[in-house]
Ligand binder design. Structure first.
Ligand code: AHR
Length: 347
């Protein structure tokens, strides 16, 4: 259990210094579209001394999903809500993320929230945070560490389940359309190699695929969660394989690029198309494509985790015990149910 009163005292003493350091930390990098400027030292009034200081390390801005996740955490961890956020975007580099976390430790923040780029390589920096008595909350992805006490909790998604849902959706769809025993050629576009979501979505999908001898995974390729890579990689796949039946894509951005490549090759996607498309994330533009029958199914990955992170911090502030993991709610969207969710989609 983390002793919060101790931290409050500590942070009051260093707040002024820290704002300066935050400005230094931030001016080295380009700001995200959702970045809220950090106050100047002179802007700090007495009330701000009671704010809870949170260092937030976001892994990058590679996707629409990521922007929504950044907006979610920045809206929840805000001055209006009693926090003093110090935000850093690591731009897809683990070493930048480690550097940012080390910066938060030397600024003696009250909490560190971070979305880890990859699963491995965090033991040393998190030990430093633990030694400094700073509770670490993981957001979005998982990490693999020897000592699980190096982080307090994780607020994120169940990527393994997302992969399984993609597999089960395909299983049902093939059975429904009397293709349950047909040979089915599948290409998998994977996200950032070594990230927990890439590892878990792949494992989940394979778990179902392995039950079907007639499903042939032609190739699983890294497209780094971006539209440009998705297009580039899909172009290569289309040149290599003449008979792709299914594209399973681990995020919507890659899907958008892949659909472009498929269309450029004179082929169509989705319901009644040449290639079935299963995507992941379920951002608004992808849901529109589900509605139009261009994407067959979209497995939701919910980026709205900020409120839950804030709730966890408030529990810790009150000295309450928190669970080791909080998983956000996630659905599967198809043409049959998408209409009821489109109007309320904010990202
Ligand atoms: O970790 C969540 C994944 O990261 C999302 O699926 C993807 O779009 C993002 O970049």
């Amino acid at each position: 259990m983390w002793v919060m009163s101790q931290m409050k005292l500590k942070h009051k003493a260093v707040l002024g210094l820290m704002v300066l350091a935050a400005a230094v930390l931030l001016c080295g990098c380009k700001m995200s579209p959702f970045y809220n400027p950090v106050a100047e030292e002179s802007d700090i009034d007495d009330d701000e001394e009671n704010l809870i200081v949170v260092g937030i390390s976001q892994l990058g801005s590679e996707s629409v999903w990521r922007s929504a996740n950044t907006l979610s955490i920045q809206s929840a961890i805000s001055k209006e809500n009693g926090y003093f956020p110090i935000y850093n975007n690591a731009r897809q580099k683990q070493e930048k993320q480690i550097k940012a976390i080390r910066g938060f430790i030397s600024q003696r923040v009250d909490y560190i929230v971070f979305a880890p780029l990859v699963e491995d390589g965090w033991d040393t920096i998190l030990q430093e945070a633990k030694d400094a008595d700073i509770p670490v909350i993981l957001m979005d992805r998982k990490i693999s560490v020897e000592d699980e006490s190096l982080y307090v909790t994780r607020v994120g998604t169940d990527a393994r389940k997302e992969g399984e849902k993609a597999g089960y959706w395909l299983e049902e769809e093939l059975a429904r359309t009397d293709r349950g025993t047909d040979d089915i050629n599948i290409v998998v576009l994977q996200g950032t190699r070594g990230s927990s979501v890439q590892i878990d979505r792949t494992a989940g999908f394979y778990f179902v695929a392995d039950k079907h001898e007639n499903w042939h995974i032609l190739e699983q390729v890294d497209a780094d969660f971006t539209t440009s890579k998705g297009k580039e990689v899909m172009e290569q796949m289309l040149k290599k394989y003449q008979d792709i039946d299914v594209l399973m894509s681990q995020n919507d951005d890659m899907t958008f690029g892949a659909i472009e490549a498929i269309n450029d090759a004179g082929l169509t996607t989705g319901i009644n198309g040449d290639i079935m498309v299963i995507s992941t994330d379920a951002v608004y533009d992808a849901l529109l494509k589900v509605k139009d029958g261009i994407i067959n199914a979209d497995i939701e990955c919910n980026p709205e985790q900020g409120e839950l992170v804030s709730e966890v911090i408030q529990k810790l502030e009150r000295g309450e015990t928190v669970k080791k993991e909080y998983i956000v709610d996630e659905k599967v969207f198809t043409i049959d149910n998408v209409d009821q969710y489109l109007d309320t989609r904010t990202y």
